[in-house]
Every structure is written in C-alpha cells, then in structure tokens.
Design a protein around this ligand. Structure first.
Ligand code: GLN
Length: 476
C-alpha cells in the first residue's frame, strides 16, 4: 500500500491520488477504519459494515475512467442522519437499537456521487447540547486537549475531521451545532440557509431551525459537499427550489467586491480576550487588504437566545412525542397500561437534558402560556429576521466570533444549563433568521485551543461565504 498521509488529505488530493492510482479507495477506507478503531476520543457510535464494499465499488468506477471528484472519498455521518440498514441512535438510549429503513436525501446524494460511508458519529442526544456531554454513549473528547469538550452537538463529526478519522463529515445545526464544534476543534463548518439542504431523513429536533451541513478541513471541501447535497427534494416541502450555484467555479473571483459588516452586538465585553483579538486581527487584516468594512447594528441580537430557547423546546416537545416505544424505540418488558407504558419508556429512554426540553416545550405550548411565550417568541423571530434583512441591504457578509470562549473543560458547564445555553449566543441568530453561516479556524489561544471566525450571509448566499472563507484561509 502506498503511503497515505491522512493528516493532509482533502477532497481534491484524494481525487487526484485515486485517479493516478497512488492508492485505492479501498486502501484509504481501510486506513481510516483502522485509525477510528485505535481512536480514544469516542467520536464514533457505529461503523459501516459495508464501507469496504462501497469503496471497492468506487474503485471500479474510477477504473472506468469517468469518476467525479467525490467518488471513493470517505465520509462520516452524524448519528441523527439516517442511512438505510445502519443504526441511527441520535445518541439516545430510546433509539439504541433502531436501524434506519431509508437514507436521508443529503446522504443519498453524496452516495450517488460515489462517497463511502465510514460510520456514524457521536453527538448530544437528539442534537441537544453544546458540549457533546449529553450523549447516551458518553462524551466525545477534544483532540486538542482531551480534558476539554469538542463542542456540540455535532462533536463527533468535528472530531472525526480534526483527528483525521475522516476527511469530511456531516453534522446538523439547529442553533450552532455545526459551527460551534467546528470552532472548538479547528475545522471548517457550514450551516446552510434554511431550505438549502433537504431535511428528509434527519431526525427532527426543531424543524423550523434544523439544517444538515458539512464539516471539513478546507472551505473548498465544504463547497464540494454542499454543491452535491443542495437543492429541492420532493420529500421535504421546506426545501427550496432556488437554483444551486456552482460554488467552486468562481470561488477565487471578485472576492474584494464583498462588502463586510461588523455587528457591534457580537463584540460584547465578556468574550474571551483571545477570541476577540483573533477576530479583530482578521478584520484589520481584511481592511488592509482593501475590503470595504463598516460597523452595523443588529439591535435584537440580545433577544436571540431567549427566542431560541422558547421556540426550540416547543418544537422539540412536539417532535419527540413520537418516541413512545410502540412504533420504534425501546419497549418495556412488562404488561403495562398505556399511560404506564409511556411513562416507563420515556422516563428510562430519554436523558435529563432531553427531558428538560420536552417539559419546557410542553409548558410553553400549553393553553394559558402559549401567548405569553410561544407567540412572543415568534414575534421576536420576525424582528430578528428583519434585523438581518436590513443589514444585508448595506453589506454582503458579517464577521463575528463563533463562540465567546474556546473549548471549555468537560464537566465545567454541565451542571449549569444557563451557562451552557449562553455559549450559543453568537450562533442562534442565523438559525432563527434562516440565513447561512460559516465557521472558519483563524488561530489559537495561549493553550493552543482553536478559535473560529463566523461569516454570515443572507439566505442562499453560500457562494459569498465560500469566496470570503477561501480568501481568508489562503491569505494570511
Ligand atoms: N447548542 C444548541 C442547543 O443546545 C444547538 C443545538 C443544535 O444546533 N443542534 O440547542
């Protein structure tokens, strides 16, 4: 087997090596699987037993000489996304033994392009969390410092890329779950605009906020994956018919025409000085490079977290009502009345954060409280959306930190839900407004922990994120 350097590989390099027969997809897949087996970060929940067969099929396609760029490239998939015949646990005890009967559209499109599924990655239960500590299968460790969290909820997907267990992965982002772990682990993560990628086959957390998106080592890799996954899907009525741009074609063109905005509300006191310094350093760099930069205002930012932590649990309580132990999920062994059956399944099957959100959401939606909480939060949602719409009349992209701090210690926030929720302060806005956002590694703090820059753009302007991200990644 030729030497394969997993540390360095990105999609284009894999494609070239496969085309030139430097190594085969089977050899590459074997190498990743071996690395995953040795790994001690707990990034994966299960491996794909058919991975090597899929790789061999890809090698056949390559032999025929007409393979596209994704053929034979391995992929890790967050365990809330369905792949037919493979377990999909959502990192929950209640779905511990659930095997998916169909494949999510996003994954089906990547498989159709020849990608090889390595396995399913660990995450917070039903994607609820910011630290990956809420998994029934145990926490995931940050490869940069194993006493720290990788972020969440797509912690396993971020670690898979950061620890070279997969070249690229898929996550989901409802309030920051792709961007925040990408920032904590030093990889690139994209939350597509709402409706850009089909949600069919993604286990629903909060349906009006959820999106599937890619994590990778480079901006181009996220663009390759999005290009393949994006576009209307008849199985998801909220997927958009907006045409999908050819993101790669002009990724290095006209970048300096992009007008940049800096929202003052994202630079509060209280953010870690190292994070502030890194982000401001990048802004200064871009200004010197000739970009037009202006200060802008998003006055409703301070209500973002409150709106998110009302809307999201309301949708969670409704989406998770289906886990009753009858159609699927665990079943109690005794002959119980219907009420006792539900109680038994749901109290044993869900973890404590999931229960907290189901209870909160049920309360928020209940008669008497609906107007006070849910309706008000919906009004806030409109105001926050308007904030972004106004700002995107003046500028094309916003630059902000992804998170107020770098990766925190395991256990540091898990006893204090409020402080955990605060770590989503800069990411929830994009989900509430349905816009797109990219998290890009731009440096380290004094403990060598990665720092991320967030770039936000209006709905379906992912091309702007890629151009700017690609420029920043390649000019420093
Ligand atoms: N950290 C956020 C939460 O706990 C976001 C989760 C997500 O995006 N899936 O809800």
């Amino acid at each position: 087997m030729s030497k394969i350097d997993l540390e360095k590989l990105n999609i284009e390099e894999i494609h070239q090596a496969l085309s030139k027969k430097i190594f085969s997809s089977e050899e590459l897949t074997k190498k990743y699987l071996a690395r995953i087996k040795q790994d001690d970060t707990n990034a994966f929940i299960s491996l794909n037993e058919n991975a090597l067969d899929e790789a061999k099929a890809a090698d056949q396609k390559i032999k025929s000489g007409q393979a596209g760029v994704l053929v034979g490239v391995p992929l890790a998939v967050k365990d809330v996304i369905l792949v037919a015949g493979q377990k999909a646990t959502a990192a929950s005890k209640i779905l511990e033994n659930y095997t998916a009967s169909y494949t999510a559209t996003a994954v089906a499109r990547l498989k159709a392009a020849g990608m090889v599924i390595l396995g399913k990655t660990n995450c917070d239960e039903f994607a609820m969390g910011s630290s990956n500590e809420n998994s029934y299968f145990g926490p995931v460790l940050n490869p940069h410092d194993k006493s720290r969290v990788p972020g969440g909820s797509s912690g396993g997907s971020a670690v898979a890329v950061a620890a070279n267990l997969a070249p690229v992965s898929l996550g989901t982002d409802t309030g920051g779950s792709i961007r925040q772990p990408a920032a904590f682990c030093g990889v690139v993560g994209l939350k597509p605009s709402y409706g850009r990628v089909s949600r069919y086959g993604a286990i629903a957390m909060a349906s009006s906020l959820d999106q599937i998106g890619p994590l990778a080592k480079t901006v181009k890799d996220t663009a390759y994956l999005l290009h393949q996954m994006a576009g209307f899907d008849k199985y998801d009525a909220t997927s958009s018919t907006e045409p999908v741009a050819d993101y790669l074609k002009d990724i290095d063109k006209d970048v300096k025409k992009i007008r940049l905005g800096i929202p003052e509300e994202y630079f509060l006191s209280g953010i870690d000085p190292a994070v502030r310094q890194a982000v401001e350093g990048k802004i200064n760099f871009l200004e010197k490079a000739g970009f037009k930069i202006k200060a802008v205002k998003l006055p409703y930012t301070e209500y973002g977290l409150a709106a998110y932590y009302l809307l999201m649990p309301a949708e969670v309580s409704s989406n998770l009502a289906r886990y009753d132990g009858i159609l699927y999920g665990m079943s109690p062994d005794k002959n119980l009345s219907l009420d006792d059956w539900y109680k038994s399944v749901r109290s044993q099957g869900f973890g404590s954060e999931t229960k907290r959100r189901i209870i909160l959401g049920t309360y928020i939606l209940s008669a008497g409280y609906f107007d006070a909480y849910y309706k008000k939060a919906q009004k806030l949602r409109s105001l926050i959306k308007n904030d972004f719409a106004n700002v995107f009349k003046q500028v094309d992209a916003l630059l902000t930190p992804v998170t107020p701090t770098t990766a925190f210690k395991i256990g540091e926030k898990s006893k204090d839900p409020l402080s955990m929720y605060l770590s989503d302060i800069f990411t929830v806005g994009a989900n509430i407004a349905g816009i797109c956002g990219l998290s890009l590694p731009i440096g380290q703090d004094k403990n060598n922990l990665p720092i991320g820059l967030q770039i936000l753009a209006k709905p379906f302007a992912e091309d702007i994120l890629f151009k700017l991200g690609y420029y920043i990644e390649n000019n420093y």
